[in-house]
Design a protein around this ligand. Sequence first.
Ligand code: FMN
Length: 397
Amino acid sequence: MLVVAPLREAGHQVKVVPTESALNFVGAPTWEALSGEPVSTSVWDNVDEVAHVRIGQTADLVVVAPATADLLGRATHGIANDLLTNVLLSTTAPVVMAPAMHTEMWLNAATVHNVSVLRRRGVHIMEPDSGRLTGTDSGPGRLPEPEAIAEFALAQVHDEGASLAGLRVAITTGGTREALDPVRYSGNRSSGKQGMALAEAARARGAKVELIMAATDVPAPTGVKVIKVESARDMQNAVANAYDGNDVIVMAAAVADFRSASYAETKIKKSHAAGEEESAPVIELVRNPDILAGLVKRRGSRTTPVLVGFAAETGDENGTILDYALAKLEHKGCDVIVANEVGEGTTFGQDSSTVHILVAGSDQPQRYGPAPKRESASAIWDVVEQLIPSKDAVESN
Ligand SMILES: Cc1cc2nc3c(=O)[nH]c(=O)nc-3n(C[C@H](O)[C@H](O)[C@H](O)COP(=O)(O)O)c2cc1C
């Protein structure tokens, strides 16, 4: 209910379309007072205005908050048995849903399936908060705070400009896995969230996005081409294939520096021979290729593709995060280094991060955050898109 207030405070006209059930919680007069607009729930109200399609057609953004399990089910199946579901079927605006329900309902296979189908169709579904629910239960399923919903929702519209229209970008994401034997690998804690946020932001700005995706905890956004890879060497091949034809290559994946020197074709056995209970294999490591350095070399003196590297850095007694990031920018020879502040509980797997954006030849690094990775992705694209030489050519076409 309170999502109406921050949206109106941000200067937007808000038309509330409650379901019949929603009116049991908050009546139509309250909605009308909050939104300053008349409220209806039925497709049979204001038939002369063809409200069942007009509201969806004219909206710049559709926000469903709270989205009940029932609504998610109806939206997934294209059911149009009230005004809200008609709006959802007739809009081409971005759709944001903020689910809220008891944990059992949220984790039920039907809801999980519905959320995944809707996300694949491009619906922006927030993760519910975890905490106290109605009654005495507690767990995931709680409606996020109204300001958080409004901020998430507005970000989908603001990002929908087309500043990257006509351009192609390749983004690596996730953490590589280096196989030891058919069942084991060495890996890292990268969640892939930053790369996904960059891909989503680039797509929202109109770019054609190729996502080179190593192991990750989060689904790829809709509308991007996904190439799945496992090891650093797989990723190197995929990036090499993506080199031609892309205007920007963003290396946001966590690529393992080392891999096992040898791969055991059969599972390495825990020996049971007498006297060998305590023995364990010693694994020799070798260096993985430096993919970004390879790209810089291949590009030579040309200016495209724009090459963006990531660094996970901590400051220490020998230098600050910025000192290390600057050294990496110079050493790698790429155009931009985005340095993530890492440390206990920061960046890896989190939804927020603090980033420093360093551009070659500029002595004005930008610090951004702590902010949701979605927002830092937008800040990164604001910088990177200025460096694309073909952008002016595309825009003047
Ligand atoms: C007191 C009460 C609270 C409810 N809370 C929720 C809820 O938080 N999430 C949910 O998915 N369903 C909840 N339900 C069940 C919904 O009311 C029911 O599924 C209804 O069909 C939702 O309709 P709607 O999606 O059109 O609003 C609740 C029901 C009652 C009686």
